[in-house]
Design a binder for this molecule. Structure first.
Ligand SMILES: [Fe+2]
Ligand SMILES: [Fe+2]
Length: 219
């Protein structure tokens, strides 16, 4: 049997070309626009990167609430894992991260998770910050992440198994994150017990579903 007679032996491109990606053509053949998906992914991981930064700031202002700090740290590091998991996919789809980080942040698909107290002069007055306000910001950031990755799951389901797998693993963690902050805010603000069913991650930012392969991972 000649090579081009084999079921998947060739495609409608010049063998050896680097101008075409079969990994993108395969999506088009299934009715998914790979460029639209790629741009949506850049927006989504812009939000993950933004959240990673802003959660650092939120965590700093939870001093005295060590349990809240620890959970915020888990969510913070897992958002970094989400960024790192999906960033290579942007390149596989023929794209690249924005050259300018300001552009990247400008197109993030979620609002920045800023400290809840209005800025006074050049800084924030820490005495006006309370855990309740910070937990509300954290909760709404997680909800935006759930909406973001649910949309990616919907776009890719049955069409792009690779991106779907990434998005669904991230979504599992975002749903957990929402439950964590529902529990904490319920008690902090309303004095209500509203369990998440969560105890602790094994390590800070464990990312049990979404962690990327780590350099120097001895496991
Ligand atoms: Fe995330
Ligand atoms: Fe999250």
């Amino acid at each position: 049997m000649a090579d081009d007679e084999r079921r998947h032996g060739g495609g409608d491109y010049e063998p050896g070309t680097t101008d075409e990606r079969v990994g993108m053509q395969a999506l088009e053949e299934r009715g998914l626009d790979p460029v639209e998906l790629r741009e949506r992914l850049i927006d989504a991981i812009g939000a993950e990167f933004s959240t990673y930064y802003y959660y650092t700031n939120l965590r700093m202002h939870l001093a005295g609430h060590e349990d809240y700090k620890e959970i915020t740290e888990d969510a913070r590091l897992e958002d970094r894992a989400h960024f790192e998991l999906v960033a290579p996919r942007v390149y596989e789809l023929g794209g690249h991260l924005p050259v300018d980080i300001g552009d990247f942040m400008g197109r993030a698909s979620c609002p920045h998770a800023e400290l809840p107290t209005p800025m006074e002069g050049e800084g924030v007055d820490p005495s006006e910050l309370d855990a309740e306000g910070i937990l509300e910001v954290l909760l709404e950031a997680e909800r935006c992440a759930i909406r973001t990755w649910s949309e990616v799951c919907d776009m890719t389901h049955g069409k792009d198994p690779r991106t779907y797998d990434m998005a669904s693993r991230i979504l599992q963690e975002e749903i957990e994150h929402e439950a964590w902050f529902v529990e904490l805010l319920s008690m902090e603000r309303d004095g209500e017990i509203n369990p998440a069913g969560h105890f602790v991650r094994g390590e800070p930012g464990d990312a049990p579903y979404s962690t990327n392969r780590r350099i120097n991972d001895s496991a």
